[in-house]
Ligand binder design. Structure first.
Ligand code: ZN
Length: 290
């Protein structure tokens, strides 16, 4: 069970992909009123005792802005509640202009708006979920949010404050970046890309960095994630991530190390190395990262 939970936390999509979805969702459903809700898969609304409780909480409500806490999407509703969406390993939100479009397999929730169009939740592996709760005191009621670390796309902090936090983790850098109680939303892809950009090896201890290295890591963290959002996230061969409209992201074309084993490092031309560490692959350049 612990392994499964960790997999969910570190899986795709990572923070940039969820941020792309948030921005589109805010534009697409903000201001729209929910006409009806259908739940086909009860597991997707498992925090509610019954499906009809979820349906009743949503029907007739107007959606406000869409924000984010880590990889949790928060769609504000009038009346002080919030629709929380977590995509898990394989969840996808699909925006359709018409209710007539055929339902994809594994469509568990369908939300129809009075202005027309739907938002559908598709999730083959059912690790993802949707629920409605009070916005007030959200973090007290949703345990996963209470323990979430800094949001690297939103939290403004000085690099030396960041450096103190990194050092206090006393773990290998890759593990520190992926530790959800430290930084929210970074998984296997972006930790490798951030460490390459910073010129640091995945297994450097987080309390061994010089000030210059801390600065590079801090800069790389925000640059890589912002760049990934700009290119609308990474879509890998499994196409687990596509946007609201079914379009893949483009950042995979800019990956420097991830899934590039044996290919030439774009900086020094030596082959990228892959190491399997605690069940996951880590990609890096032995020359450019020290
Ligand atoms: Zn290199």
């Amino acid at each position: 069970m612990a392994a499964a939970t960790r997999e969910v936390e570190e899986g795709m999509p990572e923070l940039p992909e969820v941020e792309v979805i948030r921005r589109d969702l805010d534009r697409e459903i903000g201001g729209k009123k929910v006409k009806s809700v259908e739940v086909h898969g009860a597991r997707s609304v498992r925090r509610h005792r019954q499906r009809k409780e979820f349906v009743a909480a949503l029907e007739g409500r107007k959606v406000g802005s869409v924000s984010r806490r880590g990889k949790y999407l928060l769609c504000r509703l009038d009346g002080g509640q919030v629709l929380v969406v977590h995509l898990g390993m394989s969840g996808r939100l699909v925006r359709t202009k018409s209710a007539k479009e055929p339902l994809e397999r594994h469509t568990h929730v369908v939300i129809t708006f009075t202005q027309g169009g739907q938002l559908r939740f598709v999730d083959p592996r059912t690790f993802g979920e949707m629920f409605v709760t009070e916005l007030d005191g959200l973090e007290d009621r949703v345990e996963e949010l209470a323990h979430l670390g800094l949001d690297p796309l939103e939290t403004a902090m000085s690099w030396d404050a960041f450096g103190r936090l990194v050092a206090s983790r006393r773990m290998k850098l890759k593990n520190a970046l992926m530790d959800q109680t430290f930084l929210a939303g970074i998984g296997n892809i972006y930790s490798d890309e951030i460490l390459f950009a910073a010129g640091l090896r995945w297994d450097r201890m987080s309390d061994s960095l010089t000030q210059e290295e801390v600065r590079r890591l801090y800069r790389s963290l925000s640059e890589i994630l912002q760049d990934a959002v700009k290119h609308r996230g990474s879509t890998l061969a499994d196409e687990a991530y596509v946007d609201l409209f079914g379009n893949p992201g483009g950042y995979q074309e800019h990956h420097q190390v991830y899934a590039r084993e044996g290919e030439a490092c774009r900086r020094c031309r030596r082959p990228i190395v892959r190491r399997k560490v605690s069940g996951r692959s880590t990609y890096f350049c032995e020359t450019c990262q020290i």
